[in-house]
Write a protein that binds this ligand. Structure first.
Ligand SMILES: [Zn+2]
Length: 239
């Protein structure tokens, strides 16, 4: 796991039901690299350095990321040789996950849920989900659209799990006994308390996705939350 940025926002934005909702809470933006004998699979891309430097200029619109106070020490490109990546998987299209996709060479195929990709190209869904189409624009890249759970390499080792709710086609990634839950829950406690962020596409669906990941956790798998500063540490990850 690498940290490809930080965001600071009001506690009540990250998690409903906070006692002090205005308290600023700083959270990491993780990306993962899964290495096999033949593959180097990038899971999410983090913040784009230009968006951190000047979000309004990068996205060409005013007041874009002010709520999130983005920071970055090192981008994904500073930490991973992106020329060696064989696939990029996006858990969903939010700017803290898809933002640096353009830094990944166009020869690297993108794997994403069809429902997420469709939402990213629907004006109403873009507005509702706070998406920036510039993050995933460009027609040169091969887009591999997946419908539901998907055996990524065909050998059962890495499985994409459709876990919608936070966004329409959000997916998680299971690699062995490890589950990269992404933003099904921002904080590990969310699997049990369902205190999701104040924003989200479908909170009922998100609750069902959290229940699914909780069952995997209770069955012995390790589930990584999306942005929990108490859990996420850069470095090798073991289940
Ligand atoms: Zn996120």
């Amino acid at each position: 796991m690498f940290i490809a940025g930080w965001m600071t926002a009001a506690a009540g934005l990250w998690r409903q039901g906070e006692e002090d909702p205005e308290r600023p809470v700083r959270v990491p933006v993780p990306v993962y690299l899964i290495e096999t004998d033949t593959q180097r699979i990038l899971i999410d891309t983090g913040l784009h350095p230009a968006a951190v430097a000047d979000a309004d200029a990068h996205y060409g619109q005013p007041n874009t990321l002010a709520l999130f106070a983005p920071e970055q020490e090192q981008s994904v490109a500073d930490q991973i040789d992106l020329a060696t990546v064989t696939k990029v998987v996006l858990t969903h299209l939010h700017f803290d996950h898809a933002g640096a996709l353009s830094l990944v060479p166009m020869s690297v195929p993108l794997v994403i849920q069809r429902s997420e990709w469709n939402a990213g190209h629907d004006d109403a869904a873009v507005r509702r989900n706070f998406l920036f189409p510039d993050d995933y624009a460009g027609s040169e890249r091969e887009i591999v659209l997946v419908d539901g759970d998907h055996d990524l390499l065909g050998d059962g080792s890495i499985e994409l799990l459709l876990t919608p709710g936070h966004t329409p086609g959000h997916q998680s990634v299971r690699a062995g006994d490890l589950v990269i839950g992404a933003d099904v829950v921002h904080f590990a406690s969310g699997l049990d308390d369902h205190r999701f962020p104040a924003f989200g596409d479908d909170l009922a669906a998100q609750g069902r996705s959290a229940d699914r990941l909780r069952e995997l956790r209770d069955g012995g798998l390790t589930v990584r939350p999306g942005h929990d500063p108490d859990v996420l540490r850069a470095g090798p990850v073991t289940a």
